[in-house]
Design a protein around this ligand. Sequence first.
Ligand code: GH3
Ligand code: MG
Ligand code: MG
Ligand code: MG
Length: 324
Amino acid sequence: ELRSRAMSSRVGDPLAAAAAETGQNANLLIVEDRRSAADRLAAALGQYHCVEVENDPHKALVKATDGAYDLVLVSLDLAGFDGLRLCSQLRSLDRTRTLPVVMIADPGDRARIMRGLDLGVHDYLVRPIDRNELVARVRTQVRRRRFAHSLRESVQASMELAVTDGLTGLHNRRYLDSHLAGLFSEPSLRGRPVAVLLLDIDRFKSINDRFGHEAGDEVLRDFAARIRAQTRGVDVVARFGGEEIVIVVPDTRLDGARQVAERIRERIEVVPFPIHRGTSTIDVTVSIGVAERLPGDETPGDLLKRADTALYRAKKEGRNRVVA
Ligand code: GH3
Ligand code: MG
Ligand code: MG
Ligand code: MG
């Protein structure tokens, strides 16, 4: 087996970012069993990339699925093996489906080149290979892949932003609304018990007034974190409004939900909240209204309204309490 690490990884190099832009410094796998041909490819591409040569197509497939490569060059003429089969495998496996593949073919290979392109192979080169063309075609594919990756990452990031509250990191109102809508519209979920807790910090306005809006934000963040810590992964915790949080507790009746609420209420009351970056602490309490879904409920609004009524009673009865 012939290996050549023609260029070491350039992590931390100030040129690395620029290299990413220009489609350089990629990890390439060359599948070619003729040593002189492999050497020529490795020499040309090794100037710009990290190159590895593999002469066994079966091992090449395993390596490619490990995910360490940015592109695979496949010679169609391997001894006793149709390189097109490897291309086809790379295109069909989940882990390599988007991995760029470039075929290396002989002039007589037109039919197989066409079949390869049909399979979705990204590009090809015909022998004798022009060094500059090889470098340019590989660079184009590496750039395309990196662009697709960065696009996907930014789409994921903005999708996450769209359903997350910036201050607390909890789900936002939009996420909550669609989650609740699902609980009322999905046939498999409509018959299941579900409870909601509506939490509202007591006299939060006076916290802002006495200690500043920044301290109010610190309390809100800590409040959210404590609630997250007191709930399970299946519970959906969302910022409902300013200092109000909704918790959706699946497969739970009123009694179970009341216990969850009481545990949270106590957790807020007993442990003081640090403010001004931990230089002092204040006591905070929370009022919680709890409701469970009833057979007559048709919309999330019906359920939330009962939780809101219960919260209103908790406030009226003196705050720092749970009403179900
Ligand atoms: P209670 O609920 O006990 O009746 O009294 P309260 O003072 O908490 O009631 P109210 O709902 O009237 O006040 C909520 C306050 O929360 C008003 C608003 O200025 C403040 N607030 C809303 N969002 C934020 C925020 O993101 N950060 C800070 N610091 N304050 C916020
Ligand atoms: Mg409020
Ligand atoms: Mg209020
Ligand atoms: Mg309040």
